[in-house]
Design a protein around this ligand. Structure first.
Ligand SMILES: [Zn+2]
Length: 291
């Protein structure tokens, strides 16, 4: 299953790495308005919310620019039930990964700058040696979903090669799953092959979220909080959603009980957790009826 999640790396010279497992045995320790604007220029453009940010690559030491979101300018909308963030006029998830266009090293957040000497060596040997930089940089003032996916897959394969924590890989899988949801939402019903694409995006989203779920369940037992920037309450709420998605109702019920009994869970999250509890009971009733 993981094999096709990393497909497309061969275009970057990293075909050898397409078959890597995300979690090897040692781990045991907004919709984008672009598509809808073919004949009419939108008043608000995605690039209005972006700026060029400069990074120094900790692997090849070169400087490069990426497009980043002006966080003060975007307006947040109600997130999806599983906490996927949504913003007006822009899918900010496309801009989460930092990728060096010269050597193929990629990661996210503050962790991008920090590599141990052995991680740096592993990335040089397994990524940089075969990475093929793009011949032409895109001239578009924003990232397409395809470009965003490329950057996410590059970040994932880097995390695997450098033997990153389960939570780091799970986080990239979560974000990639959410990207596929964004792609599906941006599909227009009159697009050629609409039904097939919709199904394919849905299935790929599920595969990435399944990997995120497994990785976070493992991280919850083996890492200390915050995990991927989340406190226990936030992670448990996310995991409850994922557990329901994958019909792991025992785990979902346990997480719900812990969220509802904790004094530190805010009222808003408790309300949403009660909704999830109803959902679980409903699903269990359905399951019984079908037996
Ligand atoms: Zn680099």
């Amino acid at each position: 299953m993981d094999q096709n999640l990393l497909s497309g790396l061969s275009d970057m010279g990293l075909g050898k790495l397409e078959g890597l497992d995300i979690y090897d045995s040692s781990d045991q320790d907004g919709k984008n308005s672009k598509n809808g604007s073919a004949d009419k220029e939108p008043v608000v453009k995605e690039e209005d919310f972006l700026f060029d940010k400069t990074y120094g690559c900790p692997v090849c030491d070169r400087e490069f620019k990426i497009k980043a979101v002006r966080t003060g300018r975007v307006r947040a909308m109600e997130p999806d039930m599983d906490l996927r963030p949504r913003h007006e006029h822009i899918d900010t998830l496309k801009y989460d990964m930092i990728a060096c266009p010269y050597c193929g090293y990629a990661g996210y957040g503050k962790g991008f700058q920090y590599l141990t000497p052995s991680q740096r060596k592993a990335i040089k040997e397994n990524i940089c040696g075969s990475y093929k930089p793009k011949k032409e940089e895109s001239q578009l003032p924003y990232y397409t979903y395809d470009e965003a996916l490329e950057r996410h897959k590059l970040a994932l394969v880097n995390a695997i090669v450098k033997r990153g924590k389960a939570s780091e890989k799970a986080y990239i899988c979560l974000k990639t799953g959410w990207l596929f949801r964004g792609m599906r939402e941006a599909l227009l019903p009159d697009e050629p092959d609409y039904d097939n694409k919709k199904l394919e995006y849905e299935q790929t989203e599920n595969q990435f979220l399944r990997n995120a779920y497994d990785g976070f369940i493992h991280a919850r037992e083996s890492e200390s909080f915050p995990i991927a920037g989340m406190d226990q309450m936030t992670l448990d709420f996310l995991l409850t959603n994922l557990a329901i998605r994958f019909e792991e109702y025992d785990t979902a019920s346990r997480l719900v009980a812990s969220l509802l009994s904790s004094k530190t869970t805010p009222a808003r999250i408790k309300d949403k957790t009660r909704d999830l509890k109803m959902m679980i009971l409903e699903k269990l009733r359905e399951q019984k009826a079908n037996e």
